[in-house]
Ligand binder design. Structure first.
Ligand SMILES: Nc1ncnc2c1ncn2[C@@H]1O[C@H](COP(=O)(O)OP(=O)(O)OP(=O)(O)O)[C@@H](O)[C@H]1O
Ligand SMILES: [Mg+2]
Length: 241
């Protein structure tokens, strides 16, 4: 179980994350919805423990234990993983090497091919290089395949559908099924209703805080009406209650 207790993070005199609390139970699939700039990726970096985001106040608890001081590799060893909004390029290494990077276990070719199949890529991508020759959508798919192979206990997927064509909603569902079939807790950051509908519980973020949580359909309906054209997130939050 991951618990966030009164998390705040300041940048340039602005509270990007403001007294945020949330609980994510083992094996459940969560959505985090919210407009551009409300702090969703920042929250993902705080959960993952990125060094430049560890100056937050409040507590991140993993199975009841405060893990504020733990680095990315230490959190990764606990089973916490991040699927990046913009996956990095690794010039010079092949997709096969990328998929097995940092993993102590050996994957069979069949396992790698079946995981590529989940994300809709054929086996010949294994010998491609993870550089600018891959399209943005292909890199995103390869990133999702690498997350599946890690078999994390919890993953934050930061906009898993960004750069992916709208027709590939089934692929995203296959990725969620593959992960949750292994018991992984999913925190899915998204703007798309079809993606949020695939989850079991949704959080709505506004101005660095969780405004509401509950049934995805109810949260989506609220998001659609209340968050459209809302300027709140663009204002400095200090002093706002
Ligand atoms: N290092 C920083 N210094 C100053 N402001 C920052 C910094 N990092 C993030 N911000 C600001 O914090 C806010 C939250 O950014 P964040 O990337 O978390 O938003 P987001 O909800 O993921 O948005 P999007 O939907 O566009 O991906 C933005 O207004 C951003 O400009
Ligand atoms: Mg973001």
């Amino acid at each position: 179980m991951l618990e966030l207790k009164s998390i705040s993070l300041e940048r340039d005199d602005t509270n990007i994350i403001k007294d945020l609390s949330a609980v994510f139970y083992e094996g459940k699939v969560y959505a985090v919805l919210g407009n551009n700039g409300v702090g969703k990726s920042t929250l993902a970096y705080i959960i993952m423990g990125l060094e430049s985001y560890r100056d937050y106040t409040g507590s991140v608890l993993w199975d009841g234990r405060v893990i504020n001081g733990l680095s990315v590799p230490e959190r990764a060893r606990l089973g916490i993983t991040l699927g990046w909004q913009e996956p990095c390029r690794f010039d010079g290494i092949t997709v096969k090497e990328y998929l097995t990077l940092g993993e102590k276990k050996q994957f069979s070719i069949e396992k790698l091919v079946s995981t590529l199949d989940v994300v809709g890529l054929p086996r010949d991508y294994l010998s491609r290089t993870v550089d600018s020759s891959l399209s943005g959508g292909e890199r995103k798919r390869i990133e999702l395949a690498s997350v599946i192979l890690m078999e994390p206990r919890l993953v934050v997927l930061d906009e898993p559908d960004s750069g992916i064509d709208l027709m590939s909603t089934n692929m995203i569902q296959r990725v969620f099924n593959s992960l949750s079939g292994n018991g992984t807790t999913l925190i899915v950051i998204t703007h798309r209703e079809e993606i949020a509908e695939m989850t079991e519980e949704a959080y709505l973020m506004c101005g660095g805080n969780m405004l509401k949580n509950g049934d995805p359909q109810e949260i989506i309906a609220y998001y659609r009406t209340a968050c459209d054209n809302c300027k709140h997130v663009n204002e400095p939050l200090k002093g706002v209650n």
